[in-house]
Design a protein around this ligand. Structure first.
Ligand SMILES: O=C(O)CCC(=O)C(=O)O
Ligand SMILES: [Fe+2]
Length: 200
């Protein structure tokens, strides 16, 4: 029983999503946010696209800029993050038999006023993404800053909305093929590491 991993799994099983605060310490959040800003200043970020076969940039759907993490060029704090995710993957495989084999993560930066409209994370042509994981890298995020992640949870024949503030160090996880969600606009830049735990 892992005190950080177990509540995430419990949340997914019981509520349709898992959430844990302080997955990252405030110094880890600050270090990763600093790496993000350095890499963006170095021109490594690109506007995020839609789709996986024909990728297009559609600002009316999503306005974030992203950079995929690559172990080969990762800094110590990025490697520490990926290793922690690797431990979570091993834990999920020991306790849930999802058969996860791989994971991929990108930094995301939403400039103030940008958003990501309601969507599912699984591609129609590729169902290997099993769990979506988002870890926020914001310092001092307040309710008035906006930028909520809204989760649309099935509730009998209708649905219920849960909103999550992108507080630094907080991790949210849900089933990629099941849970529709959206990112609401914020009044300030909104930072995260977002990724997918995949089969095959
Ligand atoms: O940043 C978030 O809260 C969610 C991001 C998201 O939905 C995605 O990148 O697919
Ligand atoms: Fe998403």
């Amino acid at each position: 029983m892992n005190p950080q991993f177990e509540p995430i799994i419990d949340g997914i099983v019981n509520d349709g999503y898992g959430i844990v605060d302080y997955f990252l310490t405030s110094s880890e959040v600050a270090a990763l946010a600093a790496r993000l800003h350095e890499r963006r200043a170095a021109g490594q970020f690109r506007a995020a696209g839609i789709g996986n076969q024909h990728v297009t940039v559609e600002h009316a759907i999503r306005g974030d800029e992203i950079l995929w993490l690559d172990e080969a060029t990762a800094t110590p704090e990025e490697l520490a993050f990926l290793n922690r995710i690797g431990e979570f993957v091993d834990y999920v495989n020991r306790t849930c038999y999802l058969g996860l084999r791989d994971y991929e993560f990108h930094y995301a930066l939403y400039p103030a006023g940008t958003f990501y409209k309601r969507h599912l994370d699984q591609f129609r042509s590729d169902s290997r993404r099993k769990l979506s994981v988002i870890c926020y890298l914001n310092t001092d995020w307040q309710e008035a800053d906006g930028g909520q992640l809204a989760l649309f949870l099935p509730d009998g024949s209708s649905e219920r909305e849960e909103v999550v503030l992108p507080v630094g160090g907080r991790l949210v996880c849900f089933e990629s093929g099941r849970l529709e969600h959206e990112v609401r606009p914020a009044t300030r830049e909104r930072l995260s590491l977002t990724g997918w735990l995949k089969t095959g």
